[in-house]
Design a binder for this molecule. Structure first.
Ligand SMILES: [Zn+2]
Length: 600
């Protein structure tokens, strides 16, 4: 994701009091061997304060069939609209939960939906909406203490009542003060489903949720919004979907955590003349005659993603779009879509950039390894959303235009974030740093081209020098060091300094420490080992350790210190000594090895 600067508010960032994350206690009813209980209502850990309410345990999300029935002029899901979620129980389940925000603090652009019925394996199930509880609450997920269900940017909640407990959810910020809602009650967005009979451990089961109403946007911890944006150009056009980090729950119920990665099929039925655009490949379109829901007729689109998709990367935009696709010479199908209402001149300008996706993909494959998906694509929407996003195989650009540098950023995400997903919301820096590195590689490539091109001595030297210059410029900054990338608040999660630039700079240093060839091998190894799944910070760092050219104990210790300094340390202001003191060979700063290439 890249936020457009114009919409970043002037909010004062307040840094979190750091807490050591313990392994989650999933609460009563879990871990009882063969006994049945409730699935955990979060995938977060005790003390987490970045979207701690998100995700649901007790089962693994395998596949989702999205059956959207959408009337674009009224912006409404119609009867028949539903999702089918196929899950596998990891424990015996009396009940389990999903994330679904039916209404929000935003009465205009927020959602206004209702659930009609839920079935499990085709049999009616009862359902209710409850507030989240802070992860690991020893009093259980229905703790009678209202303080166990409060929002905050930080842990503990604090707030007007000095609540000493961790937060159960992140605030939905509507004003300038991001801490104003610390201590407010969390909304009841956990959809708890109780099947007629328990689901046995290991059983694969299918959950159907029938719902209608108006999809909308989620209001985030930093006051921005994401989700299903109304597209009203031309009036009644449809919806533009871009959802990081949690806005998918504002248009469909799901297991809304980046580590829950089912595969997807999308079966969208929309007004005749509209186009539905989702992830993966478009397998079929079918025209339907007029009926009571669509007096003017309708069209059904079937998109299929054989690859798993994390919560915030699910795409499903509907509107008047010019959609084309072409097979690339690399065997990947490339989709291009842009709003039909854009001017011809704007469309041509956009296409000049959009047409470069195969070239970008080929360039980035030199570092990341083979492109992980069977298709790739880009969608330029008309509405203003405030950010561009790496929707899987269908990158979204807002506001009717696309830029090449940001295109490189978002395409880099297809490997980093999309194929290999962060293991929790606080690890957003891992993949934003890699996407920022994608921008630095784009700049280096331009320098290489200007100096004679790849394979020439001058060109290759210019490539390397560009990265070194980028590092040195960033390292001289005083703005990057006062917050730890791995410990953001919801309000600072998309901070340019801490979530993007600092880890992106660290990856340049890491490339110098490992050597360019070893760094490339490490990236490709991570893709092979964690592709289709997610990775923790510890797992990420262990992979880079494998490719240290010097395997002495001292070098391993030093690399651990490097990661601690760059990813996990908040320094006092001022820069200088108050910044990482391990850099890399050929870079500004103290370096990493001694003159003999050792770590003693
Ligand atoms: Zn990004």
């Amino acid at each position: 994701m890249i936020r457009r600067l114009a919409v970043v508010s002037g909010s004062v960032l307040v840094l979190a009091a750091s807490s050591s994350a313990a392994v989650a206690d999933p609460g009563p009813g879990n871990g009882l061997g063969g006994h049945c209980g409730s699935g955990a209502r979060t995938l977060s850990h005790f003390g987490d304060h970045v979207y701690p309410d998100m995700g649901n345990g007790g089962y693994t999300s395998l596949h989702t069939d999205v059956h959207v029935v959408y009337d674009a002029p009224s912006n409404q899901f119609l009867p028949g609209n539903h999702v089918d979620l196929t899950d596998r129980a990891t424990q015996c389940l009396n009940d389990f939960s999903l994330d679904f925000e039916r209404t929000s603090v935003d009465p205009v652009d927020g959602p206004d939906m209702s659930v009609q019925s839920v079935t499990v394996n085709g049999r009616p199930a009862s359902f209710r909406f409850v507030q989240p509880t802070y992860p690991g609450d020893p009093n259980g997920q229905d703790d009678p203490d209202p303080r166990a269900h409060q929002a905050s940017q930080v842990t503990p909640v604090g707030g007007p009542d000095n609540n000493p407990l961790p937060p159960a959810c992140s605030p939905e910020v509507t004003g300038d003060d991001v801490n104003a809602q610390n201590g407010d009650p969390c909304p009841a967005n956990k959809l708890v489903i109780t099947p007629r009979s328990p689901v046995g451990k290991g059983d694969v089961f299918r959950v159907t949720v029938n719902y209608t109403g108006r999809p909308g946007v989620h209001t985030d911890g930093d006051g921005s919004t994401e989700g299903w944006f109304r597209s009203d150009d031309p009036p009644g056009d449809g919806g533009f979907v871009t959802t990081e980090p949690v806005g998918t729950e504002d248009w469909m119920p799901l297991n809304n955590h980046p580590t829950a990665k089912p595969t997807y099929d999308f079966y969208d039925t929309v007004n005749a003349g509209r186009t539905a655009i989702a992830n993966g490949m478009l397998l079929s379109t079918r025209s339907n005659p007029p009926d009571s829901r669509f007096p003017g007729g309708s069209t059904s689109f079937h998109w299929h993603s054989p690859a798993t998709i994390a919560n915030y990367l699910v795409e499903n935009s509907v509107g008047a779009y010019d959609l084309t696709s072409r097979p690339g010479s690399d065997g990947i199908r490339y989709y291009e879509a842009q709003g039909s209402s854009l001017s011809d001149a704007q469309k041509q300008a956009n296409l000049a950039v959009m047409d470069q996706q195969q070239d970008i993909t080929n360039f980035q494959s030199q570092f990341n390894g083979p492109f992980p998906f069977t298709s790739n694509g880009v969608l330029v929407g008309v509405p203003t959303a405030g950010f561009e996003e790496e929707m899987q195989t269908m990158i979204t650009f807002e506001g009717g235009r696309i830029g090449l540098r940001t295109f490189n950023h978002e395409n880099m995400h297809q490997w980093w974030g999309d194929n290999v997903t962060e293991g929790n919301f606080n690890l957003t820096f891992f993949k934003e740093g890699m996407a920022t590195l994608g921008e630095y590689l784009f700049n280096a490539r331009n320098a290489q081209t200007a100096a004679g091109g790849p394979g020439t001595a001058a060109g290759d030297a210019a490539f390397e020098q560009s990265l070194v210059n980028q590092f040195n410029t960033n390292y001289a900054s005083t703005r990057l060091w006062t917050a730890a990338p791995s410990d953001p608040t919801p309000a600072s999660l998309f901070s340019n300094s801490f979530t993007y630039t600092r880890p992106g700079t660290a990856y340049i240093a890491l490339r110098q420490i490992l050597g360019a060839a070893n760094f490339t091998q490490a990236l490709q190894r991570i893709q092979r080992d964690y592709g289709g799944s997610s990775i923790t910070e510890q797992q990420l760092e262990a992979e880079f350790h494998r490719f240290l050219p010097n395997h002495s104990h001292a070098c391993d210790v030093r690399l651990d210190q490097f990661f601690t300094q760059w990813f996990d340390t908040a320094y006092p202001p001022g820069g200088g000594a108050n910044r990482p003191q391990l850099t890399g060979p050929g870079l500004a700063g103290p370096g990493f090895y001694d003159p003999n290439g050792r770590c003693v």
